[in-house]
Design a protein. Structure first.
Length: 255
């Protein structure tokens, strides 16, 4: 029997294995990758998740999977458009798949106990992320969670993911969270200038939201996504002083 040789060649030196997925296409409109999107696999077994990502007809894929022990698998070439983001929005862009490199992190997620991310796994995410950032010149504030770009659908990689740690290693935006929760400044059902100001700040950072002045379901979901990434002390979708202060600090740091 002749062994089949994959046409896919690793884009990164940290790749330990190639398992080619058939689920990919051309990046649209001559788009180049200028984002990294982090996910968790969200299945009880990471190997089952890889099988799904690499099975024709599932219509899902990612460029990379990082296993719990730090073993890195590439499934789609970086030059290709993998199918990992789904319906999403960031900085006014809706075709996130054409602009991003998707990294799935082996973790069963909230439906299966949501364990901590092992040190070896995070170190591998850092090594892979650094390599991608350097080769594609990706801005720190465009290393994002799936929940950031799809806040009403997704919560991964979740509040346990160590964003501060990967930032210290040179990947992603971060500021020290403002922990003074205090009373909520605004929340579901509220409307008016304070809500519009919050929505405008979230939109300026990149979230897919308009400043309509109504604290609706989308606003609640976006605030929760922001908290899950940048201020995990309380993830409830309520805009308390800590959330607003952290958002203001991130915007100031980006200037």
């Amino acid at each position: 029997m002749v062994a089949l040789v994959s046409a896919l060649r690793p884009d990164s030196c940290v790749v330990a294995e190639v398992r080619e997925s058939p689920n990919h296409g051309e990046r649209r409109g001559d788009s180049k990758p200028d984002m990294i999107l982090l996910h968790y696999t969200g299945m009880a077994n990471a190997e089952d998740a890889i099988a799904k990502l690499c099975t024709r007809g599932t219509d899902v894929s990612a460029h990379y999977v990082v296993m719990e022990d730090g073993y890195v698998i590439q499934c789609v070439a970086e030059a290709r458009r993998a199918w990992h983001a789904g319906a999403a929005m960031w900085e006014g862009e809706s075709d996130i798949n054409s602009r991003s490199i998707g990294i799935e992190i082996g973790n069963p997620g909230h439906d299966f106990g949501y364990p901590d991310f092992p040190d070896a796994q995070i170190e591998a995410v850092i090594a892979l992320g650094r390599d991608i950032v350097l080769r594609h010149h990706i801005r720190t504030d465009r290393v994002l969670a799936h929940s950031d770009v799809a806040p009403q659908r997704k919560i991964d990689p979740g509040e346990k993911f160590p964003w501060a740690r990967i930032h210290r290693a040179g990947i992603g935006a971060w500021v020290a969270p403002v922990e003074d929760a205090g009373a909520s400044v605004c929340g579901p059902g509220d409307s008016g200038a304070a809500v519009a100001k919050l929505q405008e700040a979230l939109k300026r950072y990149g979230y897919g939201i308009e400043a309509n002045g109504r604290y609706d379901d989308l606003t609640t979901a976006v605030v929760a996504a922001f908290q899950r990434h940048f201020r995990t002390a309380r993830v409830d979708g309520l805009a308390d002083r800590g959330t607003i202060g952290t958002l203001d600090a991130l915007l100031a740091a980006r200037k």
